[in-house]
Design a protein. Structure first.
Lengths: 295, 628
């Protein structure tokens, strides 16, 4: 029982980060039908910002907003340079474009920075824990969960209460109709990329705090988790993305602690098997999105 | 009728042999200039070509982007290594191998067979998930699953050292035991080429391409995309397995990173640069990217000489560094996606081009008129007496909106029935329901004795209900003739006893002169007539025509009446035609149903319906109010 509660807290912490990543993926998918395989590169860029600024002796309190800012700016820059040119293309083109962006960015770091893994200092409190009854709770997990909840509330308010949010949701439901109703596609798409960058930036801060290092290929794992979580939740659904992220985090933690030792290191494989089963029995993901197809 | 030995088999094989010869000659010539240093490069290129062709079979024909094929390659590569490496070597790296694999030793050919077997089993499981999620949430979901597969194979390879030797050691062949002859590579490459090309020409390949072009239209004409996509996946995985085994054998070792992101990027870049929809393109892409990458690599070193031309990167060496080839690959992929997403060749195939040149010399006669080769329907095998189309009490709700509210009708086998109603009356919804695209919330429909409510689109089409679409859904990249031929192929398979006369149908639709034109280049009227001919080529029991004259002039509409009646009679089909144009419907129909707000408000002969006051009120609205 205690172990289960412990796992749930750990899983929520991990899942929160996945949820933020997945939400960023889903926001962009909503307006452009683009599944952004370059999403993890926002964290890579943030990681090098952290490496250089921390290396210069700056504190995490200054570095944190810089990481978020760099993710937002990178997201906007990628949209401008690459994605704005393939708007409305086929799924195939969109997917490979984002894949290409992913490779160009990581290759640039590979070429002009270093191929090796570079460590930087983690904040001192990351590994601290405190006890609540029999439970050992990490300060880190607590902060992650709190910040995620705040971010999700903020995002919800943004989407529900502002004109931009309304435009974005309208565009996600039916892009063409939204445009006919006077929603400016440029504004919505750029806004979506900025929001996506913001969410990735926040997730990235936590990701980097935990990792304590950066390398050119560091964006692959967070990208994959975010994209998978968005898919598990049901592509196109923002609520689904959050649910998918939490589900993925919980599944990973629970499996890792429950699987026999001999195959615990293969948790990723087992998780994938579960995802494959999910898609065989529930191909549309956890949350169903109705797509209107005109015939 | 299919396959045609020359066009579908002979020419492609000859074309592949020619391609193979040119490709190989290029490599050998380069080798003879550059000496032994280039030997490895050419060998690697040949093996890459096999793997890229394998990926092309799936990605090209289904249009689904797969990152997972290199994951399949990893599975095959490890399976091959585990079975082909001698027990003594394995004892050094993986002494605790599970399942007693330590003592197993197969000769390389058998080990390849095992690798294929293992990988195909995995692909079958993944393929079901792929096909099902792809059907529900589009190709994007399928792509993510393939990406996850790649990632997970890599994770498992890293974290299962008992079997794979882990991340650092890997598995290695004994020194000198690796592949030392190119002959197997040559044979496998030629085989992969021919297999890829023949698959594209096969029925399965054609149907997969149709679903790639327009999934909905393909299903509405009896194609089940899941079956074709799974077939493509399995065949492509076989080729990738062979290529990956060769890659491991030639390398003499395998590590998890050998089959991961970088190799995925390389093979995908090769595929899309040349043109993913064509086998020729895939091969061209391999050649172009091999050359480009080699240049980038050397440029990243410190200048070099090619054919006497010396290139010195000295002043620019702050840009041109080691690993330049990765940037080159990424930029090539990005550039082609943004500026030329179909690659260098698009869907150009060498053998198809040769065939067209060759056939141009033989003039084709105008086909016999349809009336003389018809009828082509099912009466030979199926007793059509009483095989009426019955639609009973259908209801459909879209959210709170009731699009159909207890609508029903019947059509007899030799009848032309019109369904008319104002915009939003539910006409198209009714056709969508009886072609399996929209699920009704109540009611049923059946064809003869067979209840079809809730059946998938492709089963309904195979049962004989064939539709056209209000907003035209042709296979745009295919020619007029290929569009009709495709329908005929499905008909031959699923409509027993039917032999649709493709050429006569094309001529009847007035398209004989443009039969080799791509469908997307047709003018509007021609495109409509092509859709009609394509539906008729399915030897349908009933044709369901959704606004077949929308956007046509009055004269064209009038001409269309004759064509529709003629063609339906020739293929022995009943017709349900939908329109809001009163003149057209009264002109073509034996009987008419009037639909308003989801309900049938009147039915009868054209004269009866026109005289019905309820119809005048609903359909002519204000006018009848004024008359009162």
């Amino acid at each position: 029982m205690t172990e289960l509660a412990q796992n749930l807290i750990d899983g929520l912490g991990r899942g929160s980060i996945y949820a933020l990543l997945a939400l960023g993926v889903a926001v962009v998918f909503g307006v452009m039908h683009l599944l952004n395989f370059a999403h993890g590169e926002l964290i890579t860029v943030g990681g090098y910002v952290a490496l250089w600024t921390l290396g210069a002796g700056w504190s995490w309190y200054i570095v944190t907003p810089l990481i978020v800012l760099s993710a937002v700016l990178t997201s906007l820059a990628i949209e401008r340079v690459a994605f704005s040119r393939v708007r409305g293309s086929s799924d195939f083109t969109l997917l490979l474009t984002s894949f290409g962006v992913h490779f160009v960015i990581s290759a640039i770091f590979l070429l002009y920075v270093s191929a090796s893994v570079k460590p930087f200092d983690r904040p001192s409190w990351v590994t601290n824990t405190y006890s609540v009854g029999p439970l050992n709770i990490e300060v880190y997990d607590t902060v992650v969960i709190l910040v995620t909840v705040l971010t999700l509330i903020g995002t919800t308010l943004l989407l529900q209460r502002t004109m931009f949010g309304l435009s974005l949701r309208a565009a996600a439901a039916d892009f063409d109709t939204a445009r006919l109703m006077g929603v400016r596609s440029d504004t919505v798409i750029r806004g979506a990329f900025a929001l996506s960058g913001l969410l990735a930036g926040i997730a990235g801060v936590f990701w980097l705090m935990r990792a304590g290092s950066i390398s050119p290929g560091a964006g692959i794992t967070p990208m994959l988790k975010g994209v998978l979580a968005a898919l598990i939740g049901g592509l196109g659904s923002l609520r689904g993305a959050v649910i998918g992220g939490l589900a993925l985090g919980l599944a990973e933690v629970l499996l890792r602690s429950r699987l026999p030792d001999s195959i615990a290191s293969l948790t990723e494989g087992v998780v994938f098997l579960l995802i494959a089963l999910l898609f065989i029995f529930r191909p549309q993901g956890l949350v169903t999105v109705k797509h209107a197809v005109r015939v | 009728m299919f396959p045609r030995p020359g066009r579908d088999i002979g020419f492609p094989i000859a074309g592949c042999a020619l391609l193979f010869a040119v490709f190989l000659a290029g490599g050998l010539i380069y080798e003879s200039f550059q000496g032994r240093a280039a030997e490895r490069l050419v060998t690697v290129m040949l093996i890459d070509a096999i793997i890229v062709l394998g990926i092309q079979i799936y990605v090209g024909n289904t249009g689904v982007l797969s990152f997972g094929h290199i994951g399949f390659g990893a599975i095959a590569g490890y399976a091959f290594a585990v079975f082909a490496i001698s027990p003594e070597e394995k004892l050094k790296r993986i002494p605790d191998a599970p399942f007693g694999l330590n003592d197993v030793l197969l000769n390389p050919a058998l080990a390849v067979a095992v690798a294929i077997g293992v990988t195909v089993v995995v692909a079958l499981v993944v393929g079901i998930g792929l096909a099902r999620s792809g059907a529900e949430s589009g190709a994007v979901a399928a792509t993510v699953i393939t990406l996850a597969l790649l990632f997970v194979t890599h994770e498992v390879a890293r974290n299962w050292p008992d079997l794979t030797g882990g991340n650092r050691a890997g598995l290695t062949f004994k020194v000198g035991a690796a592949l030392d002859s190119r002959l197997p590579i040559y044979l496998c490459l030629l085989g992969a080429l021919i297999l890829a090309r023949l698959f594209a020409q096969s029925r399965s390949g054609k149907l997969a391409v149709a679903a790639r072009e327009d999934n909905l239209a393909a299903r509405a004409m009896g194609v089940n995309p899941l079956v074709q996509q799974t077939a493509a996946l399995l065949i492509s995985v076989v080729v990738v397995s062979v290529g990956s085994s060769l890659r491991v054998y030639e390398n003499g070792s395998i590590l998890p990173d050998d089959f991961f992101f970088n190799y995925t990027l390389l093979t995908l870049a090769m595929l899309i640069v040349g043109g993913r929809n064509s086998v020729t393109g895939a091969l061209v892409g391999v050649a172009v990217m091999t050359v480009g990458r080699e240049l980038a690599r050397r440029l990243g070193q410190d200048g070099f000489e090619v054919f006497g031309l010396s290139l010195d990167a000295g002043p620019l060496d702050w840009i041109f560094r080691e690993n330049l080839q990765t940037v080159f690959l990424g930029l090539a992929m990005l550039g082609f996606m943004i500026f030329r997403s179909d690659g260098l060749l698009g869907d150009w195939e060498l053998d198809a081009w040769l065939w067209r040149r060759w056939r141009r010399r033989i003039p084709e006669d105008q086909p016999e008129p349809l009336a003389e080769v018809a009828p082509v329907g099912l009466h030979a095998e199926v007793d059509r007496e009483g095989a009426a189309l019955e639609v009973h009490d259908l209801a459909v709700d879209f959210g709170g909106f009731r699009a159909l509210d207890g609508a029903g009708l019947t059509v007899a086998p030799d009848e032309v029935v019109g369904l008319i109603g104002p915009n939003g009356a539910g006409k198209t919804t009714l056709v969508n329901v009886i072609t399996g695209i929209v699920e009704p919330s109540a009611g049923w429909f059946k064809l003869g004795e067979r209840e079809l409510t809730g059946a998938p689109s492709h089963d309904i089409a195979r049962a004989g209900l064939l539709r056209t679409f209000q907003n035209l859904r042709l296979f745009g990249a295919s020619t007029v003739r290929q569009n009709v031929e495709l329908a005929a192929r499905v008909a031959v398979q699923h409509r027993p006893g039917s032999h649709p006369p493709v050429d006569a149908l094309i001529a009847e639709a007035g398209l004989w002169d443009v039969r080799d034109r791509r469908a997307r280049e047709l003018d509007y009227g021609s495109a409509r007539r092509l859709e009609l001919a394509r539906a008729a080529a399915m030897a349908p029991a009933y044709l369901l025509l959704d606004e077949p004259t929308s956007g046509m002039s009055d004269a064209e509409s009038a001409e269309m009446i004759g064509r529709i009646r003629h063609m339906a009679a020739a293929v022995d089909a009943g017709v349900l035609v939908i329109d809001h144009d009163l003149n057209f419907i009264t002109g073509i129909s034996d009987r008419i149903y009037v639909l308003d707000q989801g309900q049938v408000i009147s039915a009868g002969t054209p004269d009866e319906v026109q005289a019905d006051p309820a119809v005048r009120a609903a359909y002519l609205g204000a006018e009848s109010d004024a008359a009162r």
